[in-house]
Design a protein around this ligand. Structure first.
Ligand SMILES: O=P(O)(O)OC[C@H]1O[C@H](OP(=O)(O)OP(=O)(O)O)[C@H](O)[C@@H]1O
Ligand SMILES: O=c1cc[nH]c(=O)[nH]1
Ligand SMILES: [Mg+2]
Length: 209
C-alpha cells in the first residue's frame, strides 16, 4: 500500500488519544482536530511543487522558493470535514475551497450527496480532500470521483482515522490518489463504525447526538 502514509508522530498520537476518549467535549475535540490537521498538512504538503522567486533581503538579492498556494484547492466533505478546513487554510491561506456535502445512509451505507460547490479545477491544481473518518471508503471514493469529474487530477486526501476496508476501497477505485492519515485502526463493526475509532466525528464536533 504505497499510497498510504500513516503520520504517527508522538504529538499526533497524544492528541488523538484525547480525541478518542468519549468524555472529551466538542470544544477540545474541535481544537485537537485543528491541531492534528496542521501536523498532517505539514507532512502531506512535503511534495508540493515550488516556484523559484527572486527575493531582495536587506543585504542582497537571492533566490527563494514559494508554493503556488493559489493553485491548491481544499475540499472538505461536509459536515465532519469542516473540522479540518481551517487547519489546512492556516498553512495555505490562498488556497481555494470546494464544498461537497455527503452523508452516509445508515441503512445502505451508500453516500448521499446533498451539496456541491467547486471552484474551477484544472489539471495543474493540487486538490486536498479532507474528512476525519475513512470507514467503508464509499464517501471518499464518491468525493474523489466528483473532484475528477470537475477537472481535478492531482488529488491527495487527509483523514484522521482510516479503517483498512476504506483504504482498500480508495486504493482500488483511485490508485492515483495519495492517502495521509493519523491512524490506521483495526476494523469496522457491524454498523460500519471504525473500531476502536472515536464514534461519529460529525456528532462529536457539533454535538448533534
Ligand atoms: O467511509 P464511509 O463509510 O463512507 O464513512 C465515512 C463518512 O461518514 C462520516 O460522515 P457522516 O455520514 O456521518 O456525515 P456527517 O459528516 O454529516 O456526520 C464521515 O465524516 C465520512 O464522511
Ligand atoms: O466510525 C465512524 C464511521 C463513519 N463515520 C464516523 O464519523 N465514524
Ligand atoms: Mg456523521
Amino acid at each position: 500500500m504505497n499510497n498510504l502514509h500513516i503520520v504517527d508522530h508522538p504529538l499526533i498520537k497524544h492528541k488523538l488519544s484525547i480525541m478518542r476518549n468519549k468524555d472529551t467535549g466538542p470544544k477540545e475535540f474541535r481544537e485537537l482536530l485543528n491541531e492534528i490537521t496542521l501536523l498532517l498538512t505539514y507532512e502531506a504538503s512535503r511534495n508540493l511543487p515550488t516556484i523559484e522567486v527572486e527575493v531582495e533581503t536587506p543585504l542582497t538579492i537571492t533566490k527563494g522558493e514559494m508554493v503556488e498556494d493559489k493553485k491548491i484547492t481544499i475540499v472538505p466533505i461536509l459536515r465532519a470535514g469542516l473540522g479540518m478546513l481551517d487547519g489546512v487554510l492556516s498553512l495555505v491561506p490562498n488556497a481555494s475551497v470546494g464544498f461537497l456535502g455527503v452523508f452516509r445512509d445508515p441503512d445502505t451505507l451508500m453516500p448521499i450527496e446533498y451539496y456541491v460547490k467547486f471552484p474551477p479545477l484544472t489539471e495543474d491544481h493540487q486538490i486536498i480532500i479532507v474528512d476525519p473518518m475513512l470507514a467503508t471508503g464509499r464517501s471518499m471514493s464518491h468525493a474523489i470521483k466528483q473532484v475528477k469529474k470537475h477537472g481535478g487530477k492531482h488529488i491527495i486526501l487527509m483523514c484522521l482515522i482510516a479503517a483498512p476496508e476504506g483504504v482498500s476501497v480508495v486504493i482500488q477505485d483511485h490508485p492515483d490518489v495519495e492517502i495521509y492519515t493519523a491512524a490506521l485502526d483495526e476494523k469496522l463493526n457491524d454498523k460500519a463504525y471504525i473500531i476502536p475509532g472515536l464514534g461519529d466525528a460529525g456528532d462529536r464536533l457539533y454535538r448533534t447526538k
